[in-house]
Ligand binder design. Structure first.
Ligand code: MN
Length: 254
């Protein structure tokens, strides 16, 4: 079993190390991850500049590779053979914040798994639902949950084009209630425009505001996390609004 581990927080992020260490229990692990933080960068394919790949070391002394590309670039580079290896599974994370609801369209963690399934390789994205204010995060329980998920994925396989979006509450192992199969819920974004002036009196802008919340409906990723469960959402890249397809047929097209 050949596993590619990547993330969107940068190759030295503690969540990646925790994930890589657990994945080594399942097979040969290669790490190729961005050299900087690409959180909320969405699905990227870098086409207007060259990409570099260089060897580095993780905090545990193991060898890893890093690139100046986005998470999805790292996955594409690896699957296209930049390291002369092939992969059976791509696991991305562990992101320090949940990727639920509409977050998945922003998330570099999730888009890395999307890039895997585009290339025909199974993909799993793993994120930790850390509280808004926290000290040092414990990635252990999420890494062990990821191991359990990856084991099942390797044994059972996933349908073509489907990847798993895994979100883990920031709880101790003995506090986690178990695994819940969910659908995407609704995030509530609290973005606000921050308008300031630079030293030359020109305006600049930030998208600021409070952290997003969510509607903890039963059966959703938001609901599972709120109830203390590991949320497992099977996802696909087909975003077609099937009901609206039917509606559009009823419009006049002459
Ligand atoms: Mn991130």
């Amino acid at each position: 079993m050949r596993i590619l581990v990547t993330n969107d927080d940068g190759v030295q992020a503690p969540g990646l190390l925790a994930l890589a260490q657990e994945m080594r229990k399942l097979g040969d692990v290669t790490v190729l991850a961005p050299d900087r933080n690409w959180s909320a960068s969405g699905h990227v394919k870098t086409m207007e500049r060259p990409l570099r790949v260089r060897e580095t070391r993780l905090a545990d002394g193991t060898s890893a590779y890093t690139s100046d590309g986005a998470p999805s670039d790292c996955v594409a580079l690896a699957i296209l053979g930049v390291l002369d290896e092939t992969y059976d599974l791509v696991v991305s994370g562990i992101n320090p914040n949940a990727n639920i609801g509409h977050d998945v369209t922003y998330s570099g963690t999730v888009t890395a798994a999307m890039e895997a399934v585009i290339s025909g390789v199974m993909g799993v994205a793993v994120s930790l639902n850390s509280p808004p204010e926290h000290g040092e995060l414990d990635y252990g329980p999420a890494a062990r949950a990821a191991l359990r998920v990856a084991k099942n994925v390797i044994q059972q396989g996933l349908p073509e084009g489907v990847f798993l979006n895994v979100n883990v509450p920031h709880l101790r192992d003995d506090e986690l209630k178990g695994f819940m199969i969910t659908r995407q819920g609704l995030r509530v974004y609290r973005d606000a425009l921050v308008r300031r002036k630079d030293p030359r009196d020109r305006p600049y802008y930030w998208i600021g505001g409070d952290s997003p919340t969510g509607i903890p409906e039963d059966g959703t990723d938001v609901g599972a996390l709120a109830a203390g469960y590991v949320s497992l959402t099977p996802m696909q890249l087909d975003l077609t609004a099937r009901e609206t397809q039917k509606t559009l047929q009823t419009w006049s097209w002459d």
